[in-house]
Design a protein around this ligand. Structure first.
Ligand code: AP5
Ligand code: MG
Ligand code: ZN
Length: 214
């Protein structure tokens, strides 16, 4: 099953992905997480990606699609993937449809998390992220350990560089102009499940599972 977890920055894609991927028994593939891993390791790709990410802009489509192609070539990804943050532009979407279609595969469902812009800013500026395992916290709604370490792995928890208010506003513009139009292109191809992303994390999870009939 190839499923897209769609929604604006801060809508809860990363928060919901692990449980959903495990329930569907498919790997969670988040292009943002893969770029951040390259950033931490100081690779050439990481350096290139940083110059876009720090400004809240999309990394170029060709670079991103190459990255996804190699991830889809790994053994665990052949029969299904939960995509988080990909595709994020209409060219990326058509690349993915073509890439899967070339081997008789297709997209099965889109989960579209809906959260209003005014809530998003508070969610993202309050977000903290583990430097080691990538677990996501929020200073108010889901705090890490009291000493500022990750409750999952014990590593330091920090604020993402692109989570400042200025950059978030640019990310929201990129979402509206480049990412949101994907939904219109998907409408006649793939079932889109609109899910209210506001409320408790467990409540949102329940709505996602319900929408997918899980
Ligand atoms: P990426 O890492 O994908 O960021 P994003 O899409 O902007 O989404 P976020 O990770 O910010 O939000 P999320 O929906 O995962 O929310 P989360 O669960 O963390 O991309 C970063 C950058 O990489 C891009 O700007 C771009 O430069 C580049 N990039 C990545 N993919 C690309 C691509 N395909 N093409 C080109 N460039 C690409 O939740 C947010 C906060 O809210 C957390 O603190 C969480 O604890 C809290 N929260 C979650 N759920 C709830 C709830 N129900 N109630 C209260 N708080 C909640
Ligand atoms: Mg995320
Ligand atoms: Zn951790």
């Amino acid at each position: 099953m190839f499923v897209l977890l769609f929604g604006p920055p801060g809508s809860g894609k990363g928060t919901q992905a692990a449980a959903l991927a495990s329930r569907l028994a498919i790997p969670h593939v988040a292009t943002g997480d893969i770029f951040r891993k390259h950033l931490r390791e100081g690779t050439d790709l990481g350096k290139l990606a940083r110059s876009y990410m720090d400004r809240g802009q999309l990394v170029p489509d060709l670079v991103t699609c190459d990255l996804v192609a190699s991830r889809l070539g790994e053994a665990d990804a052949g029969n299904g993937v939960l995509f988080d943050g990909f595709p994020r532009s209409v060219p990326q979407l058509y690349w993915l449809i073509g890439h899967l279609g070339a081997t008789g595969r297709r997209l099965h469902a889109v989960v579209n998390l809906q959260v209003a812009d005014d809530l998003i800013l508070g969610r993202i500026t309050g977000r903290r992220t583990c430097t080691n395992c990538g677990a996501t916290y929020h200073v108010v709604s889901a705090p890490p350990n009291t000493d500022g370490t990750c409750s999952r792995c014990g590593a330091a928890v920090v604020q993402r560089k692109d989570d400042s208010e200025d950059v978030v506003r640019d990310r929201l513009v990129a979402y509206a102009n480049q990412t949101f139009p994907c939904l219109e292109q998907l409408r006649d191809r793939t079932p889109i499940h609109n899910v209210d992303g506001v409320g408790s994390i467990e409540g949102v999870q329940g709505r996602i599972f319900g929408a997918l009939g899980l």
